[in-house]
Design a binder for this molecule. Structure first.
Ligand code: TTJ
Length: 658
């Protein structure tokens, strides 16, 4: 063994000892340390929000990611290639990997195992080393002990060296069955099972299959060859999904372009490593006018971009310009700007960094400046080679950029006109269709974007005119994915929204000027309504991302049914609720199925969908916007088949969980 290897081994052993000592104080002696560490997990229970963001449905799902991340770390370290997630009956979560198994070594002096230390000492997980690209225990990962702290019970089973070990914790991480061997085995790996504590997660401890499914699928795209499965055992028959992408982000890009006409058959792909930083980029142009560029650091979506995205954009613009110049594709003094080469681009930039610095408002901006050059070099070289080897496609990409550039200049004027109007130089410029509210304090003001004129009428009569404004839209709004700027800015519905909101758009978005702190999309609870909601979301996502990022956008949830018998009357917002109500009412009841908002009178609309005291609003988050993006591309795409399938599959529930 070399001296340096020996040295680092010693370091990690010392670190291990220190943690074991700390852990020993926890349960076997009453010292000052003892109290400190106990306060650790207790502190998590006192202020769970500080560790997992919130105790809402989102926080609940965070627990799953916290555990899954540990398995991902083991796979990034090269020791695991499968992770199985199961939602068991009673909303118990089980996560199993086939890695080396968490360390079970028991410290001579203290008798405490490493597993117990990791599960009971805050931030201990990361210290046990192993993988270089830790997702867990980092910025987003707070460590598996936090999950333990917030669980009614949690069990770890480790298969290692032919033996099976087991440990159980209860009521926020207190050991009730210390680690011991319970059998023999011929495999290796770690299994964690836990039940979220209902006293902490008061809103719900029930997991949403779609939420888990879409992130698990995304993790499969981002970690090629890692097999991830999700099984839902809560229903009568188990539902199982399995994901493994040999092509990784190449397949992710193909997925983003599904149903679109593409400029190159191949997805352009770059992969490389510099100074321990792994870089992967995959791109493919389509003939849309918008772009879909998503970047990730250690599997975390970096909404706010950062140096990896910058390096990517630099290389893309540089190489396309260089190629066009060298091959005489430019007339006179033409060049391609960063905006020109973005049009119609589907791209995934995924890096794995041993020490990422996350910055920005939502801590999703990569701040490591060395990454810019690394990504630029690795991607630039692959792109250059692709262009040289595929002259026909290279020419098509350059042409597309040039057309985009010309359209951009033509659109400038139209845009400036709208921008001036949206600067809100007086009430006179507000759209005629807007029924504004009396209050001018944005914090209490809401605007309902309503589909159809008849529903708009009921909404107007039913609303609280002091704080609630109504903007009725005529039919479907323009698909901003399929239109260039000058057409977008000519569109009456889009103009109305921009002027009503008052906050400007794109690089000029100014949230201080937003006139309503709740933008509520209110559409029918059917496929058409979902479609319109999706169009709205896409518009907001493309034009006013900060409005979504800051949580100002909501989707109203109108009821699906009204059920009535004698004096009793209830509304049902979901099929399951209706099933329950049917059972309660037994027989002799009347049911009305709402096919559209227009079927409700003003009073009904108020009490079911608009009254802040009684309504259900869904807040739209940025991840939803990406999902909407996917659903949207599919619904709007040229392929009829997936659209038909979607409509058939969703027709019964008639809602799209956005
Ligand atoms: C640490 O270094 C020695 C070998 O094992 C390394 C390790 O921590 N492996 C590990 C942990 N594999 N899997 C986990 C793990 C997996 C799940 C699903 C949950 C948790 C908390 C840890």
């Amino acid at each position: 063994m070399s001296d340096t290897e020996n040295k680092s081994l010693q370091d990690s052993v010392l670190e291990f000892d220190r943690l074991e000592d700390e852990a020993a104080h926890v349960s076997h002696s009453y010292t000052a340390n003892d109290i400190q560490v106990l306060e650790g997990l207790e502190a998590v229970r006192m202020r769970p929000g500080m560790y997992i963001g919130s105790t809402s449905e989102k926080g609940l799902h965070h627990l799953v990611w916290e555990i899954v991340d540990n398995g991902i770390d083991e796979s990034l370290a090269g020791y695991a290639n499968q992770i199985d997630v199961v939602i068991e009956k009673g909303d118990v979560i089980s996560v199993r990997d086939n890695g080396r198994g968490m360390p079970v070594g028991i410290h001579e002096k203290t008798g405490i195992s490493a597993v117990e230390t990791i599960m009971t000492v805050l931030h201990a997980g990361g210290k046990f080393g192993g993988g270089a690209y830790k997702v867990s225990g980092g910025l987003h990962g707070v460590g598996a002990s936090v999950v333990n702290a917030l669980s009614k019970w949690l069990e770890v089973t480790v298969d290692q060296g032919g033996k099976e070990y087991f440990v159980r914790f209860e009521n926020g991480g207190k050991v009730t069955a210390p680690l011991k061997q319970i059998g023999t085995t011929d495999r290796t790996g770690t299994l964690v099972r836990f039940k979220a504590d209902e006293e902490i997660f008061k809103e719900t401890t029930s997991y949403n299959f779609e939420t888990l499914d879409s992130r698990i699928r995304q993790l499969a795209y981002l970690n090629k060859n890692l097999k991830l499965t999700l099984t839902d055992e809560r229903g009568e028959h188990p539902v199982c999904k399995e994901y493994r992408y040999e092509g990784g982000i190449i397949e992710y890009v193909r997925h983003l372009n599904k149903g679109k006409e593409v400029l190159t058959d191949k997805v352009i792909y770059a992969e490389g490593e510099t100074d321990g930083i792994l870089v992967e980029v995959a791109i493919q142009y389509n003939n849309d006018f918008q772009h879909q560029i998503y970047s990730f650091v250690n599997n975390i979506h970096t909404h706010e971009g950062g140096f990896h995205e910058e390096g990517f954009r630099l290389a893309l613009t540089r190489e396309l310009n260089k190629y066009a110049r060298e091959n005489n594709l430019f007339k006179k003094d033409e060049t391609l700007s960063q905006d020109d080469v973005k049009e119609g681009l589907a791209a995934i930039i995924s890096i794995k960094h041993p020490d990422p610095q996350f910055e920005g408002q939502t801590k999703t901006k990569l701040g490591n400046s060395e990454v810019r050059k690394i990504v630029s070099n690795i991607f630039g070289e692959s792109l250059r080679r692709f262009l040289l080897e595929h002259p026909t496609e290279a020419k098509a990409i350059v042409e597309k950029g040039l057309t985009a550039g010309r359209a951009r200049i033509a659109a400038q004027k139209a845009r400036e006109a709208v921008q001036r109007k949206s600067g809100l130089d007086g009430i006179s410029s507000l759209p005629g269709k807007l029924m504004d509210c009396a209050s001018s304090d944005p914090r209490e003001c809401e605007i309902f974007i309503v589909e159809g004129n008849s529903a708009g009428g009921s909404a107007k009569m039913g609303r609280n005119a002091r704080t609630q404004a109504i903007l009725p839209l005529r039919g479907k709004i323009l698909n901003v994915e399929k239109a260039r700027d000058h057409r977008i800015f000519e569109n009456a519905e889009i103009n109305s929204m921009i002027t009503a909101f008052g906050c400007g758009f794109r690089e000029n978005t100014n949230l201080d000027k937003l006139r309503y702190h709740k933008i509520i999309i209110m559409t029918d609870a059917d496929v058409d309504g979902s479609h319109i909601a999706t169009l709205m979301l896409t518009f907001l996502y493309r034009f006013m991302k900060p409005v979504i990022e800051n949580g100002y956008v909501y989707i109203a949830q109108p009821p699906l049914y009204k059920i009535q018998k004698g004096k009793r009357m209830d509304y049902a917002y979901k099929e399951q609720e209706m099933d329950k109500l049917r059972a309660e009412y037994k027989e002799g009841y009347k049911v009305q199925r709402y096919k559209g908002l227009g079927e409700m009178d003003a009073e009904q609309l108020w009490e079911t969908t608009m009254d802040p005291e009684r309504r259900i609003l869904k807040r739209v988050t940025i991840d939803d916007a990406i999902m909407a993006d996917e659903v949207f591309s599919m619904l709007m795409g040229e392929d009829v088949e997936p659209r038909k399938v979607f409509i058939q599959e969703n027709a019964e529930y008639a809602t799209l969980d956005l």
